[in-house]
Design a protein around this ligand. Sequence first.
Ligand SMILES: [Zn+2]
Length: 268
Amino acid sequence: MRLLEQPEILSTGCYLQLPLKLTLLDDAIIRSNEPEEVLTFRYKELGNRFIIPWRKIKGKLRRLVLEKQRGLNIEPECALKDDLCMKCPSCFLFGGTGETSKSKVSYNILSRVYGETFISETEAGDITPYTQNAVREQDLKTGQALMSILTVPKETVFIGVVTLKDPTPEMAAILVDNLNRMSRIGARSVEWGRIKMEIEGAYLSDREVLSGYLKLKGEGKRMNESRPTLQNIEGLELPEVDVAYNTLNNQVKDLIKSLEGIASNNKE
Ligand SMILES: [Zn+2]
């Protein structure tokens, strides 16, 4: 199996998977009073683990891809969330909805970058629910707000897999470069500090084979030898990242032209 030569609109069933190791360089503090922000999860087989939802990593990654692109003066006006241009490398990789973007185009772009929940290699301790005195701004009355507070110790390692669908060398180069530039993750109710991101290798296949969950489960059962053999990133012979952005930008423009052609034919 090889990387595609050109970006495609329709899926060709080719997946480039990059298993990642994310190490916290600082203690992270999780304060949460919303159920969706729960950042530990009790797995049946893995026990209680810290988790990082994919959307938090994806959000940061997309921002980095966009910043770098702006630095190269490619669609510098493209911005999250409502000002997506729908015709740049970043929009092509992460997707967007034509109707809701300011550019008001007749097509949508599906994300080519997929991820999963990142899981800590080690089990998390028990979480103590924490009751904080909250003051209501309206009448200054005090009340009780239940929130949980939890420290994730520095050097905690999380693993997870990022998958690039229908990858070309240019798309892979942009993804790899920006993953390597990731030095921090942050979010509303979590103060994640500095991180170190390592790409353990690459795996190219006609399906999604790797998952952090399966790896951790396998380690518990000493089934690690059945894990597929990874390829070195260097072995992919990816183009230099600035060149990759410019090439992909031209390719995406051509693809969009063909899409717009289809849309205007349908209207006639
Ligand atoms: Zn864009």
